[in-house]
Each structure stands twice: as C-alpha cells, then as structure tokens.
Design a protein around this ligand. Structure first.
Ligand code: FDA
Length: 395
C-alpha cells in the first residue's frame, strides 16, 4: 500500500529538518526519510560539538556559487537574526566568538533537539534507517519513493541529502544521482574547508612543526585573502585560515602566507638592527615567531649571522619571505575531513525563491547538495536554514 503525503523530504539534516518544520506549520503533511540512525548527525559534531549555528554578519559575499546572485533572495528572507530568535525561543544559551560566529554554550545537541521539537510541533513524520531504493514520477500525482520496503507518494519531493564530505557520517552522492535522473545539471564537486597536505620533501622539512599555531594572512592565487590562525599538522597545514583559503584553491596553485600580518617585517628588522646590531637573525625572528618555525624557514648559516652581517638585500629577502611565504601544496585531505563539498546541483536549474527545479515541477533541492558553499563561520548552516525555509514555504 502506498502512503500519501503532501511533501517527502529525503535527508534529516540541517536543511531537511528546517524545511520539514516550515512546510508542516503551513498545514502540509510531511514525511522525512533518512538512511542514518540519527537525525542531524553533522550538526551534532559541528563546531567541535558546540555547533557554530550561524553568524551575525551574513551576506552573499560569504558564499561560493557559480551563479553568485542565487543566494541573495533566500538569505534576505531568512536572515541569521531569524534563526537566533528561534534559538532564543527554545531557551538555548549561546555565545559569540571572533568574526561574528555564534556557538551553543552547552552542546550542538541543543540545536538538533530544537529542530526535532519544531518538526514534532509541526506534525512532521520522520523515518530514520530508511534506505531509498527508487524514486519515480507518477504524472500529476507527483513522486513515488520506495524506501525500506515501503512505498510513499507525494506531490512535492525535496532532496536534502547534503554533500560528499565525511563519508563515515553517511554522506552519499544520492542527491546528485536524483538530479541527474531528472535531467538536472550537476557541477563538478571537490572538497572545501579542508586541510592541505605536504609534498614528501615538504613533509620532511616541516612535519616537526606539527602543533604550532600562528596568526597569519593567507592569499590564494585569485587574490582571495583570509586573516586567521594557521596550524601546522603532521600531514600539512590546517587552521581557520587554511580551511577558508582551500575553498578558493586549485591543484598546482601557490598560496602566499604572511607570517607577520599587519606588521612591516623590513621596518621591524631595520629597527632591531639600529638597536641591537650584533643580535643574531635567529634571536631576532624568535621574538616574533616560534623558534622551530624560524629554523625550518631559514638556513642555519643565515640564522646564526648577526643582523649587521646581513646586507640590505638579504634583509629585504628575509622580510619578503616572512610577508609572502610561497607554498605549492601537494593537495587536500579530501572528503574524509572536509567540512563542505564545493559544486553540486547547478543553481541555474533552480528557482532562487523556492529552490524548485525549473524543469521538474514539485522537485526541490536544498542545503549543501546544491552548488552553494559558505565560508567557515556558521555560513553553511545559515544556508541550510535559509534554503530550507524558502523551500518549506513553497513545497
Ligand atoms: P546534512 O549533511 O546536514 O544532511 C544530509 C542528510 O541526508 C543526513 O542526515 C544524511 O544521513 C542524509 N542522507 C545522505 N544520503 C542519503 C541517502 N542516500 N538516503 C537517505 N538519507 C541520506 N557548518 C556551519 O555552518 N557551522 C559549523 O560549525 C560546521 N561544522 C562542521 C563540522 C564538520 C566536521 C562538518 C563535516 C561540517 C560542518 N559544517 C558546519 C557544515 C555543515 O554541517 C553542512 O554544511 C550542513 O550540515 C549541510 O546541511 P544539509 O542539510 O544540506 O546536509
């Protein structure tokens, strides 16, 4: 027997649950299907277990999308202040960190519980551990979904299955396959918000720096720049600055790292030269950067020289390296550790107001499955909430 609903949502993650509650409150009968054991698994592990659920300053400039205007409408209609108001209504305490990032005080579970409560109040049915077998279209009747030995039918079908990052959390290419099944274009995908890995010779030289974190300003080949912490790891480079720049990096391109952001390295060197001309380069740089990093960046015969033994040109070269250390990294850690997937369902196929397919009436895509990725800092969840609401008001 086929069970009837107005809306079937595949994916009980951030976007799917938000959409479900919104559609449920409109009086639509909503079924959410997910193959996982738990709803909102990515939310639970996000933000180090405290979920960076949004950002106080959200704008289209915080997103990557091959159609940059696409995100404007949904973000404007569901701003971060609306989500903050929802969080406050549920009595969840939170705090603000650098760059406007908002985190739960206690646990990311508060956000999942809030979304599940909203779904419950809106009368939404949620079926977990539901393996989706087939999806087909039944003329005017809508869509038939065969899942876990059951058959469901609905006028509207919403795909909210997320991207490919973290396969161990159940990420699948399912959403892209559905898009292709219905003739929608899917743009090539790659890992985003992801650490970089060393080439083998770089690894030999820099592996010992693992654990060191320094302030930095990193510039990608296309000029995009982020000023945040840089972290050395056994495998390569990580930290917020690297995760941010990875969204704008393509294999083979160099990144440029400013290790003394907001400081004039040459002026600093010249100043120390005036005051302590016999001080070694190593001790001088050691005032500003961790000693181990200094030793890995420069040769010992240069580091042991006193500042007044270095020519002006040599000091200029040293300063230039500190302000623009050029590195061509081997690659990224890939989907295994990436926070997001760049690319996905082409937004040119979708309405920016409703997230509905332009070609297939009643078929919607929301959240990370589409070609919209945010910066680090709560922007990806804000997109999940905003696209989920836009769709939930229409589906
Ligand atoms: P999401 O991945 O949340 O949900 C997809 C759902 O679909 C899942 O429940 C999955 O089980 C289900 N599904 C997949 N395939 C299926 C199939 N074949 N059949 C049935 N169900 C299927 N963002 C942010 O803004 N702040 C943060 O702090 C973090 N932190 C963070 C940490 C880590 C470790 C990761 C990996 C990611 C983040 N993110 C983040 C990114 C954020 O988690 C992500 O962008 C959103 O969860 C995307 O929401 P969606 O609902 O689109 O997908």
């Amino acid at each position: 027997m086929t069970q009837q609903f107005d809306v079937i949502i595949i994916g009980a993650g951030a976007a799917g649950l938000m959409c479900a509650a919104t559609a449920g409150y409109r009086g639509r009968s909503v079924l959410v299907l997910d193959n996982a054991k738990k709803a909102g698994r990515k939310i639970l592990i996000s933000g180090g277990g405290r979920c960076n659920f949004t950002n106080t300053q959200v704008g289209p400039e915080n997103y990557l999308c091959s159609n940059p205007h696409f995100v404007k409408s949904a973000l404007a209609r569901y701003p971060s202040s609306d989500f903050i108001e929802l969080v406050e209504r549920h009595g969840i305490s939170y705090h603000q960190r650098d760059h406007g990032q908002l985190f739960c005080d206690d646990s990311a579970k508060d956000i999942v519980d809030m979304l599940l409560t909203e779904c419950d109040w809106a009368g939404v049915s949620i079926q977990l551990r539901s393996e989706i077998h087939t999806i087909s279209q039944n003329g005017e009747q809508g869509f038939i979904v065969q899942a876990g030995g059951h058959s469901y039918q609905a006028e509207s079908l919403v795909i909210a299955t997320g991207g490919l990052s973290m396969p161990k959390l159940g990420a699948t290419p399912f959403g892209y396959q559905v898009a292709e099944q219905f003739g929608l274009k899917v743009l090539p995908t790659r890992a985003g918000l992801v650490p970089f890995t060393w080439h083998s010779e770089q690894k030999q030289r820099f592996e010992a720096l693992s654990g060191i974190a320094v302030p930095s300003c990193i510039t990608a080949a296309n000029g995009k720049q982020f000023s945040e912490a840089l972290l050395f790891t056994h495998r390569g480079l990580s930290g917020p600055a690297i995760l941010q720049i990875s969204n704008y990096w393509l294999p083979g391109e160099a990144i440029s790292i400013d290790l003394l952001p907001k400081q004039d390295a040459l002026a600093l060197l010249e100043q120390v030269l005036q005051q302590h001309p016999k001080q070694s380069l190593k001790n001088t740089l050691g005032q500003w950067l961790p000693k181990r990093l200094v030793e890995a960046l420069f040769e010992e015969n240069q580091l042991s020289k006193a500042l007044n033994q270095l020519g002006h040109g040599e000091r200029e070269q040293i300063a230039a390296k500190l302000k623009g250390w050029q590195l061509v990294m081997n690659g990224t850690e890939g989907y295994r550790t990436a926070e997001v997937t760049l690319g996905g369902v082409d937004t040119n196929e979708l309405s920016s107001k409703t997230m509905q397919s332009n070609k297939v009436k009643g078929l919607y895509f929301i959240g990370e499955v589409m070609d919209v990725s945010g910066w680090l800092g709560g922007f990806n969840f804000q997109w999940a909430w905003a696209s989920g609401v836009a769709c939930g008001q229409d589906c």
